[in-house]
Ligand binder design. Sequence first.
Ligand code: HPA
Ligand code: ZN
Length: 335
Amino acid sequence: MSPIPKAELHLHIEGTLEPELAFELAHRNGVDLPYADPEQLRAAYAFSDLQSFLDLYYQLMDVLRTEDDFTALAEAYLARAQAEGVRHAEIFFDPQAHTSRGVELDSVVRGLRRALDAAAERHGISTRLIMCFLRDLPQESALATFEACRPYFGAAIHGVGLDSAEVGHRPSKFADVYRLAREAGLRLVAHAGEEGGPDYVWEALDVLRVERIDHGIRAIEDAELVERLVRDRVPLTVCPFSNVRLRCVDTLADHPLPAMLAAGLLVTVNSDDPAHFGGYVDENFDGVRTALGLTNDQLRLLARNSFEASFLEDDEERRKRLLTEVEAYRFPGQD
Ligand code: HPA
Ligand code: ZN
């Protein structure tokens, strides 16, 4: 049975690096990983919070050195995504995490784009690329990265996002670079309300003027904020497995997703860093179905939301076609 067609809107390409590929690239590039083998690396995926995950995430990406490495990384994800029913993917990458290690920006962007540009034909997946600023670095670093990426805007890079350690690094810290991104015609998203409170979501909306909130699960704590997000139909890209693995929620059964749906929020389900959090996007769909008792109608709504929340404005025909596929989809056992 094929999975329901969906868009993936919250996916860090560096977080798709599976242990086997990490070892292969480490060997190829002469990088020493502090683990004996893929199994031992996998056993290290026990996180206590966002920072404990980020420590491993940044350590592991040291194996990514050449343009070919980035192509191999993205191609492996896209092949997997196809099997998960993904028909459109808006993919984050962290330029500063690579340039700070001496990897050329051009190797990163060209390497990723090579796989992304082949994906429409090879995997039936349309793509967008979103550069994220690391919020625990100063805005000056984000501004320098933004300018360095300018030649890629439009054709290769479609938007900007904000990720890494949230608490203590408020959205307003990045007001200037988001203003420049808006003036450059880029799409604007930001992680907010993952570990940070609803006030971080307010700032992302009012100061950064983002069009979409990544995570945003803590928005549910603020009724006025929920009203605002519902009124403006601001999408929230929720990542259930990630929230459990990083201990933002205790168990999948405690996840606020049903409350968010009941409040009328435009939520989508995504995988965040699937190599580390126990599953890709369709496993997240299956997880919330099983643990939270989501109905087929709710799963179809999540799939519909994913295309409605996507940046497919320049291809409305495709958005319409994909929404038609969602409506035509029959779940296992459904007549
Ligand atoms: N949150 C913040 N930064 C990140 C994440 C996340 O879930 N994944 C990769 N960078
Ligand atoms: Zn994320």
